[in-house]
Design a protein around this ligand. Structure first.
Ligand code: ACO
Length: 405
């Protein structure tokens, strides 16, 4: 690692590094990834152990506070989160302003940003109490806000949160219950959703987290910063990948299924086609994404529980995975399945509509964004983010009046 700040101070030299391929934008003690080994740790704990021995709220506590909670700390944290699951009644009117066919991410960007207009008592970023209550509010309200985005688009009434349920169960209740019909969350599905949330909770300086940090570096309030992260996450190269992956599987299925995989792979290899194998490849992992291994396991569990092992889309995905893992194009470029390859299949099997997949990713990643934002605010070396550029435009030109141009 070369710290080039002194080089800049002495000579004004700077590096040209589009996409931050070799530039660390910050120091962080939250998440560690070894992309070559396929390792992911939150605060030093391997993701494989967290996925088995902790739930999502424990993971939130860990990412936010640095340590796993004791039982007493957990109980207090859970109670605190439960106290804040409702949203302001006036916020519900924001939803009415959207078209019914709006993408849930479009709704989320607007509604989460709008939280800044409701919680003036948590906007002072220099006050640790304000930062803490903003964090709790975001963790608590995101499931409500995401579920409301779904209910609005299908024209069903919003469901109040049920605080006697666990975090994932409550989300499923707000999604699938109606005023006339109670929803009894299936424990296998609730646990699968909880695992999706754990696996997506943080991933160090990915595009959306870097966006949150950059927005926050100017002193913006946490709700506005998280809204900027949601906007970035929406893209198909990032959080939109599981939605794009499922669309890709549907397309192949509609064109003939497994028999058409060869044709599809040929298109992916043709650089002029612009077609990518969605759910494959990662900027950092040049090995199996450890989250993908866990999500693959969950995928089998959920499909088994629901009796969907013979689901044609799942079979197609398994065949596509097998072929790609043996293909020279993918092997030589170290392109392996990422978590999104399987998470879309799991969510679809659970009955979650495809356009909501990225919203659930945003719900999970909110804690990562909060933890990273908090870390940045507390870092004495933190400066406003201000990348340099390599100017390639015109040299000085004279402006002629419009009649002479
Ligand atoms: N399908 C086909 N080829 C690919 C893919 C893919 N999914 N991913 C990378 N490649 C190729 C590139 O074309 C490039 O080929 P070349 O060397 O012949 O030019 C080579 O592999 C290296 O790829 P880069 O684009 O340099 O890799 P980068 O790190 O910039 O991109 C990314 C990573 C954006 C994730 C990319 O792999 C991709 O678009 N994957 C599909 C989308 C996806 O699944 N995103 C989810 C990421 S995980 C997450 O957000 C939780």
């Amino acid at each position: 690692v070369i710290d080039i700040r002194s080089l800049y101070a002495k000579s004004g030299a700077f590096t040209f590094d589009p996409g931050f391929m070799s530039t660390a934008s910050c120091k962080s003690s939250i998440t560690y990834i070894d992309g070559d080994k396929g390792e992911l740790k939150y605060r030093g704990y391997p993701i494989e152990q967290l996925a088995v021995n902790a739930n999502f709220l424990e993971t939130c506590f860990l990412l936010k506070n640095g340590e796993l909670p004791t039982q007493a700390e957990y109980d207090a944290f859970e109670t605190n989160v439960r106290t804040h699951t409702m949203v302001h009644e006036q916020l519900t009117r924001f939803y009415q302003g959207f078209r019914r066919d709006a993408h849930p991410m479009a709704i989320l960007v607007g509604v989460v940003g709008a939280l800044s207009a409701f919680y003036h008592d948590s906007l002072d970023i220099n006050n640790p109490e304000h930062r803490n209550i903003a964090a709790i509010r975001l963790i608590a309200k995101m499931p409500t806000i995401v579920a409301m985005a779904y209910k609005y688009t299908v024209g069903e009434p919003f469901m109040f949160p049920r605080n006697d349920l666990g975090y994932a169960e409550n989300f499923l209740h707000m999604m699938f219950a109606t005023p006339c019909e109670e929803y009894k969350p299936n424990p296998v599905l609730a646990r699968a959703l909880d695992r999706i949330l754990i696996l997506h909770a943080d991933h160090e300086q990915n595009a959306s987290t870097s966006t949150v940090r950059l927005a926050g570096s100017s002193g913006s309030n946490p709700f506005a910063c998280i809204a900027s992260g949601i906007a970035c996450l929406w893209g198909p190269a990032h959080g939109g990948a599981n939605e794009a992956c499922l669309e890709m599987l549907n397309d192949i299925q509609n064109q003939g299924g497994v028999a058409k995989i060869g044709e599809f792979i040929a298109k992916v290899k043709d650089k002029n086609s612009g077609v990518k194998l969605m759910g494959f490849g990662h900027r950092v992992y040049k090995n199996f994404d450890p989250r993908a291994t866990l999500m693959r396991e969950t995928c089998h569990e959920v499909l088994g529980e629901l009796g969907l092992q013979d689901d044609p889309l799942f079979k197609l995905a398994m065949e596509l995975e097998k072929i790609a893992l043996e293909d020279e194009y993918f092997v030589s470029r170290k392109l392996y399945p990422n978590v999104d390859f399987y998470s879309g299949i799991v969510q679809k099997a659970m009955g979650i509509p495809v356009p909501l997949f990225t919203g659930i990713f945003a719900l999970a990643r909110t804690i990562g964004w909060i933890a990273q934002w908090n870390e940045m605010i507390g870092d004495p070396e933190q400066k406003i983010g201000r990348p340099r550029q390599l100017y390639t435009g015109a040299t000085t030109r004279d402006v002629k009046p419009i009649a002479q141009r």
